[in-house]
Design a protein around this ligand. Structure first.
Ligand code: SF4
Ligand code: SF4
Length: 342
């Protein structure tokens, strides 16, 4: 596979990377086998996060001995310097390395996140200190909010941006990615398969290959999934007329139901956690039933409070029928619990 330059970091990585969430529920042996198979298949970019359970530990174990041949990215959700410094130390130990190629401030999606990170005792101070000590090579960020992501890119403080990008969530290809490219930032595409909701990997990656400056990081959980994706990169072909029609049909169908988890509908006065509720399907696809239920139960319980006031409908830029969709997720969740509880 031809490598891609990750912007001004000057890191060269495989055109498709590895996203570290789906190995969370795997046992250590299976997770290590998946990560090693990615490496042996030519993938050189591995992205994880301190908050992804034991994903860092599994990746560190799997890649030990090949550290110089791979680029490792991780991230912290912490906003203070003290906590971020702790996370950097944990990540280095978990990943069994003395340097992290790319350290990202995770999910900068509100102005408040940015203010906290940039404060004198904020997370960026600790990350820069670690960079000065050689523990971190480059600093990036991830976000789910287009307008804020553009603002953060323009701050000039970060070398890479990580943002959701797939043929349903294609808005970043307009202004955001243009700004990032102008600033010579590396661009990492999260959710290339729509967080597990888009089942046609061939369409997803052929669409992404039209944007070769974006390095997607699909979550892969099995050898078969890895081989399927690698094949699409080893023998790329443009989208056919039929592929484009299929994409349009899926956009029309899913567009009415696809939650981008942007959070614009929040807050709900009744305390309904709308984006978390909408994320249940992805959790159920990616995680073990026990973990998926534990992580979404509290959010699903808030659906009971919905009075169908309609305020969220006015705020959702994608015109989703939120009250109907959250009830649908509640029903799905209850059926899922019944199926997976002994
Ligand atoms: S329901 Fe709409 S506004 Fe709320 S998170 Fe989803 S896409 Fe965004
Ligand atoms: S319709 Fe329901 S979820 Fe939406 S704002 Fe009103 S109470 Fe909250």
């Amino acid at each position: 596979m031809k490598s891609v330059r990750l912007g001004k970091t000057e890191l060269n990585v495989s055109p498709v990377g590895f996203g570290g969430i789906p190995i969370i529920p795997l046992d250590v042996e299976s997770a290590v086998a998946v990560v090693r198979h990615c490496f042996e298949s030519g993938i050189t970019f591995f992205d994880t996060a301190n908050m992804y359970g034991n994903s860092e530990k599994k990746i560190g174990h799997a890649l030990e001995g090949n550290r110089q041949k791979v680029v490792i990215a991780t991230k912290t959700l912490e906003r203070t310097a003290e906590k971020a410094a702790q996370h950097i130390a944990y990540s280095l130990a978990n990943l069994r390395t003395d340097y992290i190629d790319l350290y990202q401030l995770h999910s900068i999606s509100k102005n408040d996140d940015l203010d906290k990170i940039l404060a004198s005792d904020g997370a960026l101070t600790a990350v820069k200190q670690a960079q000065a000590e050689g523990k971190i090579r480059h600093i990036g960020f991830s976000s789910h909010d287009l307008a804020l992501a553009i603002k953060v890119c323009r701050s000039g403080l970060f070398s890479t941006i990580q943002f959701p990008f797939n043929f349903i969530e294609k808005d970043p290809a307009d202004e955001l990615f243009s700004v990032a490219q102008e600033l010579d930032m590396g661009i990492i595409g999260m959710k290339p398969l729509g967080g597990g909701l888009l089942e046609r990997a061939d369409l997803c990656f052929r669409f992404l290959q039209r944007h070769p400056y974006v390095v997607p990081i699909p979550g892969m959980q099995s050898i078969e999934e890895i081989d399927e994706i690698i094949k699409l990169y080893d023998s790329p072909r443009p989208l056919s007329e039929q592929d484009n029609k299929d994409i349009e049909n899926m956009r029309a169908e899913l567009g009415k139901r696809f939650c981008h988890r942007c959070g614009y509908c929040m807050p709900c006065e009744q305390g309904v956690k709308i984006p978390e509720v909408m994320g249940f399907r992805t959790m159920a696809r990616r995680l073990s039933p026990q973990i998926a239920i534990a992580l979404t139960k509290a959010a699903i319980e808030t659906v009971e409070g919905c009075t169908e006031c309609g305020e969220c409908l006015e705020k959702c830029p994608y015109n989703l029928e939120i009250p109907e969709l959250i009830r649908e997720h509640q029903t799905l969740f209850n059926a899922y619990v019944a199926k997976h509880t002994p």
